[in-house]
Write a new protein. Structure first.
Length: 271
C-alpha cells in the first residue's frame, strides 16, 4: 500500500523562491498568501462537517491554533452538503469521508484572489484512517492539525519523512508520536503566523468580520477533487513525490494544490 500523505493547497509565489534541496524551511509561508482582515487577532471559522469520531480532533486542532497571538479559530456548524466538501466564502469547511485508495490521508485547499485567501476546505480520508496503520490518535491529531494549518497560509517546515521530528504538525514524519510529538503546532509555526499577518488590509475576506470582498458566482462549484481537476503541474521534486498543481479559475481566481505522494512512481497512482 502507498504511504498516504497530505495533498494541500500551495501558494505559487513561493515556488520560485523556495529552495527545493532544503529539508527544513526557515520560512514556511505560502509566499505571503493570507486572509484579508482589518485588525488582529482575527477569527477563522471552521465548519464542522465531521463525524463524532473526528470531533475531538477538530476541536483540539482549533484550540492549538488559537494559541496564536494573531488569529483565533472557532468551530461552527458545517455547511458542506456532500463528501466533496464544497467551500463557503470566508470560511474553512472540514469534512471526513471514505474518499478511496487515492494516496492521501488528508487534503487542504484554498481559493485565492490576488494574494488573499477567500475560502478553504479540509478533507480527511477514512479509507486510510479505518485501517490499523492510521487509526490512532497520533495520526488523526497530526493530519487534522496540519491540514487546518495550511488554510492559514502555512507550508510544511520539513518534507523529509526520515528526519528527526521537529515537534510540529507542519512536519512530515513516519512516526507522529516521536519523540518529539508532531501532533500540534510549535513556536516556529506561531512565529510564522505573526510574520504572515504583520500587516493589515483595507478589506476582509473573513466571514463575520465586516462586508466580505465579492466572490465570483459559482467559483465554489468548480470541482477540484482529482488530479485531473487540479490543473497544470508546475513543480515536481523528490522523484515525483512532491508535486504542485495550479488551477486557473478565471477572473483573477486560482487554486493551488501541493501534493506529496506515497508512491515513488507517479504513473502508478490512482488518478
Amino acid at each position: 500500500m502507498r504511504y498516504p500523505v497530505s495533498p494541500i493547497v500551495m501558494c505559487v509565489a513561493s515556488l520560485a523562491l523556495a529552495a527545493a534541496s532544503s529539508e527544513a524551511l526557515a520560512n514556511h509561508s505560502w509566499g505571503g498568501y493570507h486572509w484579508a482582515r482589518t485588525s488582529n487577532p482575527f477569527m477563522v471559522r471552521l465548519g464542522d462537517n465531521v463525524s463524532s469520531t473526528w470531533d475531538s480532533y477538530l476541536n483540539k486542532a482549533s484550540s492549538a491554533w488559537s494559541l496564536s497571538t494573531v488569529l483565533e479559530t472557532g468551530v461552527i456548524a458545517g455547511k458542506a452538503t456532500n463528501k466533496q466538501c464544497r467551500p463557503t466564502s470566508g470560511e474553512v469547511q472540514v469534512c471526513n469521508a471514505t474518499y478511496g485508495n487515492n494516496g492521501w490521508l488528508g487534503v487542504a485547499q484554498i481559493w485565492i484572489s490576488g494574494l488573499h485567501i477567500t475560502q478553504g476546505s479540509v478533507k480527511l480520508n477514512d479509507t486510510y484512517f479505518n485501517t490499523a496503520t492510521y487509526n490512532s490518535p497520533a495520526w488523526r491529531h497530526l493530519v487534522t492539525c496540519q491540514e487546518v494549518g495550511h488554510t492559514f497560509g502555512l507550508d510544511h517546515q520539513d518534507t523529509n519523512f526520515s528526519n528527526t521530528n521537529l515537534g510540529t504538525c507542519m512536519d512530515y514524519t513516519n512516526n507522529p508520536l516521536g519523540p518529539p510529538s508532531n501532533e500540534q503546532p510549535n513556536k516556529h509555526d506561531y512565529d510564522e503566523l505573526v510574520t504572515i499577518y504583520s500587516h493589515l488590509d483595507s478589506f476582509t475576506t473573513l466571514y463575520g468580520a465586516g462586508a466580505l470582498a465579492p466572490m465570483l458566482p459559482g467559483i465554489s462549484d468548480v470541482p477540484l477533487d482529482t488530479p485531473r481537476e487540479w490543473g497544470r503541474l508546475v513543480r515536481s521534486t523528490h522523484n515525483g513525490r512532491t508535486e504542485v498543481y495550479e488551477r486557473d479559475l478565471g477572473f483573477g481566481y486560482k487554486a493551488f494544490t501541493f501534493v506529496i505522494w506515497a508512491d515513488d512512481d507517479p504513473h502508478h497512482r490512482v488518478q
